[in-house]
Design a protein around this ligand. Structure first.
Ligand code: ZN
Length: 245
C-alpha cells in the first residue's frame, strides 16, 4: 500500500493540482490530508471540491476550524485573519459544512495516526526535539499507541525518531522505517512552504518497502500570486509564496 500524505493546501489550487499530478504518477493507492485545506490563498472552493471529489481522507486544521466558524480568528496574525474572513465570505455552504465535519485526528487503516498540530491539539506546533518528545509520550498514552504519526501545521518537512526514550531528527529524502522505532513525520506544505524552498511538498509512505519518501514539485506560483492580489488578499501572502517562507 502506498499512501500519499499531503498537508496545508491553503486554497492554493495550482500547488494542489501539480502535487496531485505527481502523486498520480507515483501511483499512490490512497491520499491523506493533514488539514488546513483553506486559508491564505485564493481558491478555497476549488481545493475543498477536489478533496471531496477525490475522496481524500482529511482532518481539520486550525484555519479550517476558523473558516467554518467553529472558532474565532482573534488569535491569528493580521494577514491570516484577513484571509479567514475573506474565505468565510466566498466559501459555499456545502464546502463549509464539509470543513465543519472533519475530525481532529484519524487512525488510518490501523497503520498510522494523522494529526494537524500536536497529537492532542490542532493549534500547537511541533517545532523541535522537545516538542517531539512530548508528542511521542502522548502517542504512547493513546489506546492504540501508534508507532507512526504524520503531522503538519509548521509547513516544514521534517522527521523525528524515538528509540530507547531518545528523540532525534531523522535526515534524508527517503526514510527507512526501522522496527521498534517510533516516528513523527511532517510532509511539509503543499500550498505555502516555509523552508525557503517554494516548491510544493508532500510525502509517500510505502508500507511494503517500509519507507517514507519526501517529494517536491514546481507549480505556477505567479498565477497563484496574481490571483491573491486580484482577490484583495494581503500582498505579503503573494510574496511569501515566491520565497518559500
Ligand atoms: Zn497551515
Amino acid at each position: 500500500m502506498r499512501y500519499a500524505v499531503i498537508s496545508d493546501i491553503h486554497s492554493n489550487l495550482e500547488a494542489l493540482t501539480a502535487s496531485l499530478n505527481e502523486i498520480d504518477k507515483l501511483k499512490a493507492d490512497r491520499i491523506i490530508c493533514l488539514g488546513d485545506i483553506v486559508g491564505y490563498n485564493p481558491n478555497p472552493n476549488e481545493c475543498v471540491e477536489i478533496i471531496r471529489q477525490r475522496n481524500i481522507l482529511s482532518i481539520m486544521g486550525n484555519h479550517d476550524s476558523r473558516v467554518a466558524e467553529l472558532e474565532d480568528a482573534g488569535d491569528f496574525n493580521l494577514q491570516a485573519a484577513r484571509a479567514v474572513y475573506w474565505t468565510r465570505q466566498v466559501l459555499t455552504p456545502e464546502n463549509r459544512e464539509f470543513l465543519s465535519g472533519l475530525p481532529r485526528s484519524r487512525f488510518v487503516d490501523n497503520r498510522f495516526l494523522a494529526v494537524h498540530g500536536w497529537v492532542n491539539d490542532t493549534d500547537q506546533y511541533i517545532l523541535g526535539v522537545n516538542d517531539a518528545q512530548q508528542n511521542f509520550n502522548l502517542l504512547k498514552d493513546l489506546k492504540k499507541s501508534p508507532r507512526l504519526c504524520f503531522f503538519g501545521h509548521t509547513h516544514v518537512p521534517v522527521a523525528y525518531m524515538e528509540f530507547n526514550s531518545t528523540v532525534e531528527p531523522a535526515a534524508g529524502e527517503t526514510l527507512k522505517l526501522i522496527k521498534g522505532v517510533r516516528y513523527l513525520i511532517n510532509p511539509g506544505a503543499v500550498g505555502q512552504p516555509r523552508d525557503r524552498d517554494p516548491r510544493a511538498s508532500f510525502a509517500v509512505y510505502d508500507t511494503k518497502a517500509s519507507e517514507v519518501s519526501f517529494h517536491r514539485v514546481d507549480y505556477d506560483i505567479q498565477s497563484t500570486a496574481d490571483k491573491i492580489l486580484e482577490a484583495g488578499l494581503p500582498e505579503r501572502l503573494a510574496e511569501r509564496l515566491k520565497l518559500g517562507w
